[in-house]
Design a protein around this ligand. Structure first.
Ligand code: SF4
Length: 373
């Protein structure tokens, strides 16, 4: 296992009382010498804050891009997914708690240089790399370097995030991202405070920034927990806000909760709850509302908002219909479908392929016999 690293960072400042404040996320951790932030991976060393997980990963896997979930970004293509360790929120329902709550020494077994990740993605035919098993907010310097290396070989970069970040580092990170799925975990500050250990407003600011001030393709996920954040009123307020403040073209995924981490005492989300949420969102003007984590071909498919044609049929992660022109317009009426499309869909399907990065350490881009898309 490689030793911890200390990668220099720049979003922090010295306080008068001698502590150093991290300015990456609204937690604003104030650290004495040797202390780590709540995310555990940013730490004070001397009079600065360093990132201790640069160049190290908790594992790699090729997934369908729909699993992120992104339904309007290069549909059907493969994405090389990876994460590091730690998180800057403390969600009681975390579905990746083994990574997000780990002390990095437990999980960061893979050394992963940005160029090696880019080469691996290209060799495997992945159209994008996703920072996904934990939040790239806390390892932004590494994520930026990986994204730059990916762009050099024609691979795009995707952030899967809770969007809990301060304005200046947010702009720096997303200058290098091509797409994002942001978790909007609920629509009350009380929920964010009690269940996630954060606040709602910074997430809303992230969403508005991405939607209006960047070319980043944006989709939103809202995990519905029975009896906690699944009331008609909360779904109505959330989806109304998305349609009015972000615009009708931002896709909204309602996904099912499974009991995990510190919420083992709550039941899984019934499929009917997701269908109800989707109906409310569509009625509020969201053009692309989906159900997720359940088998629901109707709720997983993309319809033309003008004529109702099924543009992209989905059965789990299998594309069952494709009625888009190469430019991304409805084949029936010509209305553009919002998203990033590039010709015909990919053919990756539902597969999940674990990847050992060291197998690709010396492989020239594009030359692997494992090319799959
Ligand atoms: S990124 Fe980590 S260290 Fe920095 S403020 Fe957020 S939780 Fe604290």
């Amino acid at each position: 296992m490689p030793p911890p690293v200390a990668f220099p960072t720049r979003h922090w400042h010295l306080l008068e009382d001698g502590r150093v404040q991290c300015d990456v996320c609204p937690r604003a951790c104030k650290l004495h010498e040797g202390q780590r932030g709540l995310c555990f991976v940013r730490a004070r060393q001397g009079d600065e804050i360093v990132l201790t997980t640069y160049g190290r990963s908790s594992g790699f896997c090729v997934d369908p891009i729909e699993k992120k979930p992104l339904n309007h970004f290069l549909p059907g293509t493969a994405v090389l997914s990876f994460g590091t360790a730690g998180c800057n929120l403390a969600c009681r329902f975390c579905q990746n708690w083994d990574i997000s709550k780990s002390r990095e020494i437990d999980t960061l077994g893979d050394a992963a240089a940005p160029e090696t990740i880019a080469r691996t993605a290209s060799s495997l035919g992945c159209r994008s790399v996703a920072f996904t098993y934990n939040d790239p907010v806390i390892f932004m310097e590494y994520a930026i370097d990986v994204a730059q290396a990916c762009h050099e070989v024609g691979v795009r970069a995707v952030a899967v995030t809770a969007g809990y970040m301060c304005a200046e580092p947010l702009a720096e990170l997303y200058a290098h991202m091509d797409a994002a799925n942001v978790d909007l975990k609920g629509f009350t500050d009380d929920f964010y405070h009690r269940v996630c250990g954060g606040h709602l407003q910074p997430v809303l600011e992230t969403l508005e920034y991405l939607a209006h001030e960047t070319p980043v393709w944006l989709e939103i996920t809202n995990l519905l927990i029975p009896g906690v954040n699944d009331s008609d009123d909360e779904i109505d307020a959330l989806s109304r806000w998305v349609a009015e403040r972000l615009g009708p073209d931002v896709p909204l995924h309602f996904t099912a909760f499974h009991p995990d981490w510190k919420m083992l005492d709550h039941p899984p989300t019934p499929p009917a709850t997701l269908t109800r949420a989707r109906r409310i969102a569509l009625a509020n003007g969201v053009r692309y509302a989906y159900t997720g984590n359940v088998h629901d071909e109707e709720g997983g498919s993309t319809l033309c908002h003008a004529c109702g044609e099924r543009l992209i049929g989905r059965d789990w992660y299998v594309l069952t219909d494709w009625n888009l022109t190469p430019e991304g317009n409805c084949a029936a009426c010509g209305t553009p479908c919002a998203g990033r499309f590039a010709g015909p869909p990919g053919t990756w399907g539902p597969r999940r392929l674990p990847v050992r990065l060291r197998d690709f350490a010396a492989t020239p881009a594009g030359s692997s016999a494992l090319r799959v898309v």
